[in-house]
Design a protein around this ligand. Structure first.
Ligand SMILES: C[S@@+](CC[C@H](N)C(=O)[O-])C[C@H]1O[C@@H](n2cnc3c(N)ncnc32)[C@H](O)[C@@H]1O
Ligand SMILES: [Zn+2]
Length: 512
């Protein structure tokens, strides 16, 4: 027996067959021969831990709806009325085994893979972990299997964790999950989603990515728009629970609901974007707009009641052909999902669940807690973010301290938060004109002997235009009580360094 995964995973127990033995959570899996035959990526332990936390919470929420007991041993006992789960691309079966052993309220998990060696591993690993009563190994194409379940025997939870892009599986996935079911999706094709190849991004996700410092949140919004548009084709719509960008991948958790009327809101949840190539300012062009339809006054002068939604075409364009701040041309991209990407009540219940020892421990719990805490502070209604360092570098200034710049935004009367996607991110409701005023205030502080605003040179750069604008707000950099985010003050593990040497998505398993 060999063990090439380092101390992280060394275990003493002998596997039933010769191979490499890995231990993660409550599961031990064996890779026959070498781990090259069946896919395993130890860096994705965080992905699996987070998925367990989400699936547990989802399962608890379902149990609460039916008033069942949900703590301790009872939680882990499989039940006839439990949830059905499909892990459509299961590789060694590790994730399914962990679901079986660490999540309560499940009735059955189909662990599927196209590769016969993977399915052999799933079968033997399920036996070795005493999980065969819950896990049904299945050899087949994920999409065909999901299409077979689109009318009957839908799954309560579907997990799509492919190599690279989930896009080929999404059409089937949004159909085979129950009304109110949970869909969990990983994507590791970050170069495509983050704006390096917009033409491929459109081919895969029907959205043109742009080059932006907020590319990781853009990646989440591209996938969410794709899930939503795919679901709407079948009279279904998504409710994002949690959308996480971490390491080299994104992981998205949504509830899929059925409701033709709600599908009418699809277009008003999407926006195209215009991005200035000089100062990177983004203008949003919604595809449609929606308003509440109100009946003017109820009987006896009671307050107006909301009677549903009115949908109408959005007006535009949202910007001139050249940037109003630096006079550069604009790039065009999208559509992006422009609604909140997390359900903050769900995030809060996840954080609370981490404190419940009865639900079981997760090795990456500290990191989960850190990331969820930053997410719980994110301003939900302001898509994307500014990068403090990139914006300062554009203006050829040193980077202001995060607390100081956040304080200036708060002192000017606006809201500010981080994004979990980037440590020096600024999410705010302050218009860009205010942000430029604050940067000019910072520049003045750095170079007090220069004339401010700067006189315009003969051949002005974007930075020259921005720093020559007359300011309307005098920056106040006095430390504000909310200048330091609470997750930062508590020193939570929020933005982890690279988890190991040569980390990344890992190569495909060798075909057998
Ligand atoms: C990234 S691995 C899955 C890792 C696994 N979910 C985990 O957490 O360890 C992707 C797996 O998808 C399988 N696969 C690729 N195309 C497939 C298809 N069309 N249908 C089913 N499985 C497929 C591969 O054989 C591989 O085992
Ligand atoms: Zn500009």
């Amino acid at each position: 027996m060999s063990n090439s995964q380092g101390d992280h995973s060394k275990v003493k127990k002998e596997p039933p067959i010769q191979g490499t033995l890995i231990s993660e959570g409550k599961a031990q899996v064996c890779f026959p021969g070498s781990e090259d035959n069946v896919f395993y990526n130890p860096v994705q332990e965080f992905n699996r831990d987070l998925s367990i936390a989400v699936l547990r919470q989802y399962s608890l929420d379902q149990m609460k709806k039916t008033d069942k007991s949900f703590v301790g041993e009872t939680f882990l006992k499989p039940g006839e009325n439990g949830l059905t789960v499909l892990e459509a691309l299961s590789a060694s079966g590790l994730r399914s085994i962990r679901y079986a052993k660490e999540v309560g309220g499940l009735k059955n998990i189909i662990a599927n893979d196209l590769s016969s060696s993977a399915v052999e591993s799933i079968t033997s690993n399920s036996q070795m972990n005493d999980a065969s009563h819950l896990i049904t190994p299945n050899e087949g194409d994920a999409s065909i299997l999901m299409y077979q379940h689109r009318y009957k025997k839908k799954f309560h939870c579907v997990d799509i964790d492919p190599y690279g892009s989930p896009s080929p599986f999404v059409d089937a996935a949004v159909q085979c999950v129950t009304d109110g079911g949970l869909l969990m999706v990983t994507a590791t094709d970050m170069a495509i989603l983050c704006g390096n190849v917009p033409e491929t991004c459109y081919a895969k996700y029907a959205s043109v990515s742009i080059k932006t410092k907020a590319c990781h949140e853009m990646a989440l919004r591209i996938i969410l728009q794709f899930l939503q548009t795919s679901a709407a084709r079948y009279g279904r719509y998504i409710q994002p629970l949690l959308s996480v960008s971490v390491d080299f991948y994104v992981r998205i958790f949504v509830i899929v609901h059925t409701g033709k009327n709600q599908c009418k809101a699809s277009a008003s949840k999407l926006s195209m974007v215009y991005q200035c190539v000089g100062c990177h300012n983004i203008s949003w062009q919604p595809l449609m707009k929606t308003e509440d339809r109100k009946c003017p006054k109820g009987a006896g002068g009671s307050p107006p009641k909301t009677l549903g939604k009115i949908f109408s075409r959005a007006s535009g364009p949202p910007t001139d052909a050249k940037c109003e701040f630096c006079h550069s041309r604009l790039n065009f991209g999208g559509p992006l999902y422009s609604q909140p990407i997390h359900d903050l009540d769900f995030v809060q219940s996840l954080l609370t669940s981490l404190d419940n020892p009865e639900l079981g421990e997760l090795k990456t719990e500290k990191r989960i807690r850190g990331i969820l805490s930053v997410i719980s502070e994110e301003l939900p209604n302001y898509p994307l973010y500014l990068s403090l360092d990139a914006t300062a570098s554009l203006l050829k200034l040193s980077v202001p301290s995060l607390v100081m710049f956040r304080s200036a935004i708060l002192n000017a009367g606006y809201c500010v938060s981080l994004s979990h996607c980037y440590p020096l991110s600024i999410k705010t409701d302050a218009p860009m004109s205010v942000i430029w005023d604050l940067f000019q205030g910072f520049a003045k502080k750095q170079y007090p002997d220069k004339t401010w605003p700067r006189p315009l040179s003969d051949k002005p750069t974007p930075a020259d235009y921005i720093l020559s604008r007359p300011v309307t707000i005098q920056a106040d950099f006095t430390t504000h009580p909310k200048g330091n985010p609470s997750s930062r003050m508590q020193k939570l593990v929020r933005f982890q360094e690279n988890p190991e040497k040569n980390w990344g998505p890992k190569c495909r398993a060798k075909a057998k």
